[in-house]
Design a binder for this molecule. Structure first.
Ligand code: ZN
Length: 324
């Protein structure tokens, strides 16, 4: 019998990533389509279904090649019913029956999960988690996402909103406003947006000097990458920002580890491209605040799958669900 494939889908605000993945979690084909928000979001699942059919036809494979479809979507998802509870920017009304819509259009069994949770499952399956069954993933991108895996399963919570690490309050007083409506969330500090905000605050003070300050004067703005590059070169303002970010991340992750004692905490997302420079600095703070038995057994690591974590984790979802 020829090898069967899984379709993994990672829905983003502007683009949707798709992949055909084998049973070992290896991506065989991957591509992207634009995310079409019009028609109250109804085109999203239709376009995914069409894209899968078209790609199968191109590759000269029958539909039976695919055993199921797994999908990650931004927003809290009720895993049992496959209903996405509330999403901004995608056109869907609250409580959109995403799984049912996918199954109806693709005629394949489907499973859906929050996108940060899918990334965590991907890292667990073939990435930095190396098969560990208790891991926590933190995605440091434009926002901060989180996924908690306990005993090999995603911790969903009462309303699909568990693992929202980005919205742990780290500045109870005087914190910056967050997209979620609160203030002082980890996301307002440790996301790319948060890092830029902290740097801009520092650089807007009187009499700043150094490389980052020169870049700011030249371009009127700085990026998170520039902050890390400059900090690595010893720029004092950039180092101050990185220290603040690492302090809050290290403290928050230590508190999470004190609660869960996972084998690994995996840092992913665009900001984690700062690599070992960021990791070592977070580790230092983590060690200060982690309970000794936790410090000795919970390892901090960088994600290894990059942008592929979401589709791989989505594929794992359906593979696990239909017990292949
Ligand atoms: Zn928040």
């Amino acid at each position: 019998m020829s090898e069967k494939w899984i379709a993994g889908v990672d829905l983003g605000g502007t683009a949707t990533k798709l992949a055909f993945i084998n049973m070992e979690g290896v991506i065989l084909h991957k591509w992207e389509i634009p995310t079409d928000h019009t028609n109250e979001g109804h085109n999203i699942t239709k376009n995914i279904s069409d894209a899968i059919n078209e790609r199968l036809a191109e590759l000269d494979h029958p539909k039976t090649k695919i055993v199921g479809i797994g999908m990650g979507a931004p927003g809290p998802v009720d895993y049992e019913t496959g209903v996405i509870l509330n999403v901004v920017n995608l056109g869907w009304k609250d409580n959109f029956p995403l799984k049912a819509s996918l199954e109806e259009l693709t005629l394949l069994p489907a499973a859906v999960e929050n996108d940060a949770n899918c990334a965590a499952l991907g890292e667990m399956w073939t990435g930095a988690g190396e098969g560990a069954k208790n891991i926590v993933c933190v995605t440091l991108g434009t926002g901060v996402g989180g996924g908690v895996i306990s005993g090999g399963s995603i911790v969903q919570g009462a309303n699909g909103a568990a693992g929202e690490i980005g919205h742990i309050t780290v500045m109870p007083f005087g914190g910056a406003p967050c997209n979620c409506g609160k203030t002082g969330c980890l996301e307002t500090i440790a996301s790319a947006t948060g890092i830029v905000r902290l740097a801009t605050e520092e650089l807007s003070k009187e009499g700043t000097t150094g490389g980052l300050s020169e870049l700011f004067a030249e371009n009127g703005k700085v990026t998170a990458k520039e902050v890390f590059d400059m900090a690595r070169n010893g720029d004092v303002i950039a180092q101050k920002v990185v220290n603040e970010v690492s302090f809050h991340l290290g403290l928050t992750l230590a508190n999470i580890a004190n609660t869960l004692n996972p084998q690994k905490i995996v840092l992913g997302g665009g900001v984690s491209k700062a690599g070992n420079f960021l990791l070592e600095s977070v580790k230092e703070n983590f060690s200060k605040f982690a309970f000794s038995a936790v410090r000795d057994s919970t390892e901090l690591a960088l994600a290894t799958l990059g942008n592929d974590a979401g589709v791989i984790g989505a594929a794992w979802l359906i593979k696990n669900k239909i017990k292949l």
